[in-house]
Design a protein around this ligand. Structure first.
Ligand code: SF4
Length: 209
């Protein structure tokens, strides 16, 4: 079994300040940004949210948004029809059930339309400072390669990582895993010779040094 504590220590030495690259100044902004980030780069989302956040400040603003106008405002993030519906529906639920505030628990966040565990955990970890890890495609792949998990179900991977990684490092670890997956342990051909986790990694098909 891979040594999660050693892996976390080595990874956090490499990425000590890892955090989401999405720009936000409150939980609502992060929630909207995460919904927009599906199948889109964080850079693109940040370009779009700059003007979006200047216009829409409260959940009620999104709840009252004109769908066609909102679609155009977020169009460049892709899948804009679904995303527009999701943001507006989530905002309406926030207004209806949570007084317009973003709730700070996983159970409550996942009652919002279009908000699954991954989105909820990004918000909990980055906007509320909770010990939470969001399992995206990078975390899923890198965790399996390292031997931290042998599992394809993101929810089960989340549970396994929560059990292994020191709690106070969990959110930073998740963000560091994403960076590591983007920069080094890339999907098609991992850059094992330059990997800080090389000696701790159980992946049988490492790129030869
Ligand atoms: S050694 Fe290779 S496969 Fe293992 S984590 Fe590093 S880059 Fe990924």
């Amino acid at each position: 079994m891979a040594d999660a504590k050693k892996i976390a220590a080595a990874l956090l030495k490499r990425y000590p300040d890892a955090r989401t690259a999405l720009e936000f100044s409150n939980p609502l902004e992060l929630l909207v940004a995460v919904i927009l980030s599906a199948q889109c780069t964080d850079v693109r989302v940040n370009m779009v949210t700059k003007s979006l956040f200047a216009k829409y400040k409260r959940a009620a603003d999104y709840a009252d948004a004109d769908l066609a106008t909102f679609e155009q405002e977020i169009k460049s993030t892709g899948f804009y029809r679904n995303k527009a519906k999701a943001v507006i529906a989530a905002a309406r639920k926030l207004v209806q059930d949570f007084g317009g505030n973003v709730p700070a628990t996983l159970d409550e966040l996942t009652t919002l339309p279009g908000v699954g565990r991954k989105t909820a955990n990004v918000v909990l970890g980055n906007a509320f400072g909770r010990h939470a890890i969001a399992v995206d495609t990078h975390v899923l792949r890198v965790s399996n390669r390292l031997g931290l998990v042998h599992e394809d179900d993101p929810d089960k991977v989340e549970v396994a990582l929560v059990a292994q990684v020191p709690k106070d490092k969990l959110t930073t670890f998740g963000s560091a895993m994403i960076l590591h997956g983007r920069e080094t342990c890339i999907a098609r051909k991992p850059r094992c010779p330059e990997c800080v986790l090389l000696k701790l990694c159980e992946y049988p098909d490492k790129t030869p040094v």
